[in-house]
Design a protein around this ligand. Sequence first.
Ligand code: ADP
Length: 419
Amino acid sequence: MAKTMAVNAGSSSLKFQLLDMPAEQVMAQGVIERIGMDDAIVTIKYGVETNQGTHLADQSADGSNVTVSQDGQMHKYENVLPIKDHQQAINFMLQKLTDLGIIADFSEITGVGHRVVAGGEWFNHSVLVTKSVLEKIDRLADYAPLHNPANAMGIRAFQKLLPDAISVAVFDTSFHQTMPEENYLYALPYEYYTRYGARKYGAHGTSHRYVAGRAAEMLGQPLADLKLITLHLGAGASITAVKDGKSLDTSMGFTPLAGVAMATRSGDVDPSLIYYIQEHEGLSNEEMLTILNKKSGLLGLSTISSDMRDLLEVSETNDHARLAVKVFVNRIVKYIGQYIAEMGGVDALVFTAGIGENSAPIRQMIIDKLAYFGVTLDATANQTRGQEIEISDQNSRVKALLVPTNEELMIARDVERFK
Ligand code: ADP
């Protein structure tokens, strides 16, 4: 049977999902963390997803263990061991998938799809990886220094270990390549655009593309006829105006630092304020970027936590937590307003990612501020977590939908198109 691997390689981690295609059935998924360390952690889940509790089934001599759900359906393999690089990590993972009987041998995997963060203006759709594609991904490292080199490393390692499998690059930015120039250009001297590609590229494109497609199916209308606002609200958060099935505008910018306030990222800030703070605090460019990326957003404002769950838990009693939540919601509402104006209306709001899929209070706070546009909530449906459902009530002129994202499936489908 032909299997496809969807891969998200980071600098010290590698997430993967193995799917049986075209059946779109998940065979296994997992993550290898702390690559490069003596105590790297390998986790592989396989079998049927279940909500039942687990018990320890097997502890083997190499220190690994496998836990099994009470109904015997879901298995979880875990091990801690030294792993020196991505190649070794992938080799170990493939070997383990074989030992666990998930694949008979490596050759069963006929395609590998890789998430690549920056595709610049070179890639407006997913592509088969050739030597020249790989060179371009390397050259785009300037746009995503933390991500593209790791993505490229993942591609090379898989190509060595699975030389017969096709390799496809799926870019976070490509969905947004349809934005018109009045939306992607900054009002800076034009020569910076031509010289450096200084423009808005956006991110989370695979997620926005997936949930927009699902929303159209749920609404029973062609995507090309709809005006949607897709809200990917995770630790990283971005909002996209999807018109005629295409990204018309998106909140992230040249990098994923722009847009709404996020877990630790500031989102939009007046650029001259950054210079002012740097001067007064004596901060280097590097230090300032770290503050904007890692110490701002929910964490910076709340001073407590970057995790929305922590903030909601104490927001009744803690002023800083409440303020951070208010700012988070307020920025999102402003973007929604902008995009309704830009599209000349909206048919549906689509909530996804960690906060969008799981947090009823945040969805409610956002929707409560949109009464003017004719969005009204079904309070019971809104209590749903992590499953597709319409959360607006019957009288709502604008629909609100909850759609769990599935970037891995989107990647696997893109691979399928090249097989
Ligand atoms: P990313 O992929 O950007 O790392 P996720 O989409 O996994 O992030 O989302 C992670 C975020 O989701 C965390 O910041 C966490 O606070 C939030 N989250 C998860 N579950 C809930 C919940 N029940 N209520 C509120 N926030 C939640």
